[in-house]
Design a protein around this ligand. Structure first.
Ligand SMILES: Nc1nc2c(ncn2[C@@H]2O[C@H](COP(=O)(O)OP(=O)(O)OP(=O)(O)O)[C@@H](O)[C@H]2O)c(=O)[nH]1
Ligand SMILES: [Mg+2]
Length: 253
């Protein structure tokens, strides 16, 4: 991790612009606490990714709020290339200091940095997988004749300020799977769901009825809580339980 941050510091002088990728479900706490070295002083675009699984009204509010504060912000879903077009056009119109505009894509683990680069470059140049820690090295990827992008590993781990942020990181897939107990994370999500579930979510959420609906109970009506928790987290992450934003603009004012 420290070595990764050192690398970011070293590449800072080469960079014209930083694209900071955050999770649209946690737009506040997935912001890196501090950008290393001179990267913090570069022009920056803030990108709220995974907007396809976040509450669309909240995402719109976040983008407006960031723009009102003078920041350049976009909501995208890197896995849906059409949503990336306005960001791509804005990047291509940015001035470069040298023959090519050099952009670093940074952010927390598993927020979709490599997927974004692939969507912008319109090809699969950067390895992307659904677990944190996939990108291990930095690497340049050409976006067009005069723009290149640097994929970076998710070394800028955001601060886990409290127990709530910890379980929300766990359910959003930002923590490695071996860093939390899935049953515990699922229980927290079920408790949160009681008061905050999306208006179009048909059911309240508890492990047992979830497992029953999915036919996951054994013949003796026994619940394998670990398996049920794993399935529940997978469905949540894929947006199948509803589109959820944990951090609302109004809560952070
Ligand atoms: N639903 C949804 N999934 C996404 C989106 N963007 C990325 N993903 C998925 O999220 C997973 C992680 O994406 P990556 O692009 O590897 O994330 P990363 O930030 O590069 O991850 P590290 O390199 O490990 O830090 C992949 O399975 C992607 O398909 C999105 O906008 N919506
Ligand atoms: Mg990556």
């Amino acid at each position: 991790m420290a070595a990764g941050i050192l690398k970011l510091e070293k590449i800072a002088p080469l960079i014209d612009l930083v694209v900071e990728v955050r999770d649209a479900r946690l737009p506040c706490s997935t912001a890196p606490a501090r950008l290393p070295g001179r990267l913090g002083a570069k022009p920056r675009f803030i990108v709220l990714n995974r907007s396809d699984v976040a509450d669309p009204v909240e995402t719109e509010r976040w983008v407006c709020s960031l723009r009102r504060k003078g920041q350049t912000a976009f909501a995208i879903a890197a896995t849906r290339p059409a949503t990336v077009r306005p960001l791509r056009a804005a990047l291509l119109s940015q001035p470069a200091r040298g023959p090519r505009l050099r952009i670093a894509v940074i952010g927390a683990p598993n927020t979709g940095k490599s997927s974004l680069i692939n969507a912008l470059a319109r090809r699969k140049g950067a390895p992307a997988q659904n677990r944190p820690g996939v990108t291990r090295n930095t690497g340049w990827i050409v976006l067009d004749r005069r723009v290149e992008m640097l994929d970076t590993p998710g070394v800028l781990e955001p601060a886990i300020r409290d127990a709530r942020t910890a379980w929300q990181f766990a359910v959003c897939g930002i923590l490695p799977e071996n860093a939390f107990d899935p049953e515990d994370a699922a229980m927290h999500l079920c408790a949160w769901w009681q008061h905050h579930r999306p208006s179009d979510a048909p059911h309240s959420l508890d492990l047992e009825s979830f497992a029953r609906r999915r036919g996951m109970l054994t013949r003796g009506d026994e619940l394998n809580r670990r398996n049920a928790a794993g399935a529940l987290l997978r469905e949540f992450r894929a947006g199948k339980l509803g589109r959820v934003t944990f951090e609302r603009v109004d809560d952070t004012r």
